[in-house]
Design a protein around this ligand. Structure first.
Ligand code: DC
Length: 230
């Protein structure tokens, strides 16, 4: 692989496999992987735990001042996990309670300003794969490689259902479908950095693709961009 390190921005709808590809890609390239959605989820968890009024900017600003987010590598899970004020919250942030509110929290201007500033800092030395909704449009508008991922809605529902069923046997397909539809709607219609495909993003529709096929295709794109970035 060429030595010129680049920034890889991966955006797309909920549950289209962004983090799976982003994580594998980062491992292959020896890059850092940052799940920006985990940051919004951890902030939503803090707001829920502390009953923060989402309609009150003063409470929101005060709450944000008390939030410290870090990513720490867990050698057991072999992944970088989010810590909220030094507590590992990786196992709480995927709860339906958080999923139900996170899009609302992520639509708040002050929340985005706080998260985006940290995300930009993480990319200062390049060699990073970050996934989310606004990475190629707002966080790293100059990223060398931008990928916009999508997949058939029903494929996404079943993927997320299987993922959630592992830890919650009471979850229903209908609940998952409703949550995904609502989040996609809020994420792509909000005022602040809504989800949309950057003009220079390559499209990856992975509905009928295996993980290996996706990874091979993305590695090909990385090679092309990294050679140009040298
Ligand atoms: O990727 P995810 O489902 O874990 O993201 C959780 C929520 O955070 C999602 O509803 C949209 C929001 N999000 C965002 O607005 N911007 C990002 N860069 C990443 C996530």
């Amino acid at each position: 692989m060429p030595t010129g390190k680049i920034i890889i921005a991966i955006d797309g709808y909920s549950s289209c496999g962004k983090s799976t590809i982003a994580k594998e890609l980062a491992t292959r390239l020896g890059y850092n992987y940052i799940d920006s959605g985990a940051m919004y989820r951890a902030i939503a968890l803090y707001f829920l735990r502390n009953n923060i009024d989402l309609t009150n900017p003063v409470s929101i600003i005060a709450a944000i001042a008390n939030i410290n987010l870090t990513f720490e590598f867990n050698s057991l899970t072999q992944s970088s996990e989010i810590h909220l004020n030094d507590e590992n919250v990786a196992s709480y942030i995927r709860d339906m309670l958080v999923s139900d509110r996170v899009s609302e929290v992520a639509a708040i201007k002050e929340v985005r300003t706080f998260a985006v500033a940290q995300q930009k800092e993480m990319g200062r030395r390049k060699g990073i794969v970050m996934d989310g909704r606004d990475i190629g449009t707002a966080v790293f508008p100059d990223a060398e490689l931008k990928i916009f991922m999508t997949a058939d809605p029903e494929v996404r529902v079943m993927r997320r259902f299987k993922e959630m069923y592992d830890t919650n046997h009471n979850i229903t397909i209908e609940e998952v479908r409703h949550n995904l539809e609502l989040r996609d709607y809020i994420d792509s219609t909000r005022e602040e950095s809504p989800l949309h495909r950057a003009k220079d993003a390559v499209l990856l529709d992975n509905s009928g693709m295996t993980k290996t096929e996706q990874l091979e295709l993305v590695i090909k794109w990385v090679r092309e961009k990294a050679v140009m970035a040298r």
